[in-house]
Design a protein around this ligand. Structure first.
Ligand code: UD1
Length: 340
């Protein structure tokens, strides 16, 4: 079976994708610098799939190490590239760190792919590239808006770099997957989302509040022009998202792609408000969540949800799990992690 390299394979989305790849019979090689992950995740993956993926600790900023790695692993058929920094606030404080971590590393990988006779590359992009879209649901043709943060900019620039490279390197086939809001965890609760420090994202903040680590969830604004006044997002279960990566990779491996650079939205197509997410959590967990409405958070868009037609029709992928499923699994994971 084909060998697939997963960079950042011990992270939240990476680890779930490794599980789905192994379930489909692929041989997986993980590289990760462990900056935002731990080797326990390798054990979780092994316990779910019954197979330990090959792992090498590697920092993609180390260009010589990257070159050496690709020389050693000439049989790699596909690359799924997750490794990147992703904290929006931190990126504003440390822009150069973000450009180095997310852009230099991408360039080093693409240089190696250019040397290969054929390479299949999947890139983690984000709906953040659309900003506040003029039309909802958001299609892949929606204009790319100026980025709100260096993090968002790295996703936009990353896509441009891949597109430009594909123009001159016909041996490279690439797909950029634009995630909406990934949430939830594997149903086994052996892997899941483990934010370091205070979570910036809604769902881990909810579960950490319910378990007692955080005092109270702040809901950022209820005066938006939406039905209940809170912001609307498209929350996609991480297991559905992981499966989409395997499907996208197969599309390239089987030469079913329409051009050598493609983009797809990965979302459910359904928007949920912050209050709807809270109510879903309360329903599936039976817990009452302590929350209060506070002022708006700078940089938040009002509403973002995916038009899923292209992913459904072209990629042949559709989300299957619901927001309730995601909240149930996120809660189970939080309880396991905290030993409750
Ligand atoms: C965030 C990132 C985005 C990234 C995406 C990946 C920001 C500004 N944006 O998107 O670039 O691609 O994650 O998952 O960080 N909320 C609260 N209270 C909280 C936390 C969040 O009310 O404590 C609300 C937010 O205002 C928002 C919604 O929950 O309306 C979702 O927030 P979040 O999980 O941070 O995701 P995004 O902001 O959509």
């Amino acid at each position: 079976m084909d060998r697939i390299l997963v960079t950042g394979g011990l992270g939240f989305i990476g680890s779930h994708t490794v599980v789905e790849l192994q379930n489909e019979g692929y041989e997986v090689v993980i590289i990760d610098n462990l900056s935002n992950s731990s080797l326990d995740v390798l054990e979780g993956i092994t316990s779910i799939t019954g197979k330990k993926p090959f792992f090498e600790k590697l920092d993609l900023k180390d260009k010589e190490h990257v070159e050496g790695f690709f020389k050693k692993h000439e049989d790699i058929k596909g690359i799924i590239h997750f490794a990147a920094s992703k904290a929006v606030g931190e990126s504003v404080q440390e822009p150069l760190l973000y450009y180095e971590n997310n852009i230099s590393t991408l360039v080093y990988i693409l240089k190696e792919l250019k040397k290969m006779s054929s390479s299949n590359f999947i890139f983690s992009s984000s709906c953040t590239v659309y900003g506040q879209a003029d039309e909802l649901p958001i299609t892949e043709n929606a204009p790319i808006k100026p980025a709100e943060s260096p993090y968002g900019n790295t996703k936009q620039i990353g896509e441009e770099i891949i597109k430009d490279t594909c123009k001159i390197a016909p041996n490279i086939k690439a797909i950029a997957l634009r995630y909406f809001n990934p949430v939830g965890s594997h149903e086994s609760a052996k892997i899941g989302e483990l934010p370091i420090g205070v979570p910036q994202n809604l769902v881990p903040f909810i579960t950490q509040t319910a378990i007692g680590i955080r005092e109270q969830l702040s809901v950022f604004g209820n005066d938006y022009p939406t039905p209940d006044g809170t912001c609307i997002r498209d929350y996609i279960h991480v297991v559905d998202l992981a499966k989409a990566h395997v499907i996208a990779l197969k599309r390239l491996l089987e030469n079913k792609h329409k051009s050598n650079y493609e983009t797809f939205n990965l979302g459910t197509g359904k928007g949920s408000s912050v209050l709807e997410v809270i109510h879903s959590f309360e329903k599936v967990s039976g817990e009452k969540l302590n929350y209060k409405i506070v002022g708006r958070r700078e940089g938040d868009v009002i509403s973002a949800y995916a038009d899923t037609k292209k992913a459904n029709d072209e990629l042949g992928w559709k989300s299957e799990l619901t927001l309730d499923d995601a909240m149930r699994s996120a809660w189970k994971w939080e309880q396991v992690v905290r030993g409750k």
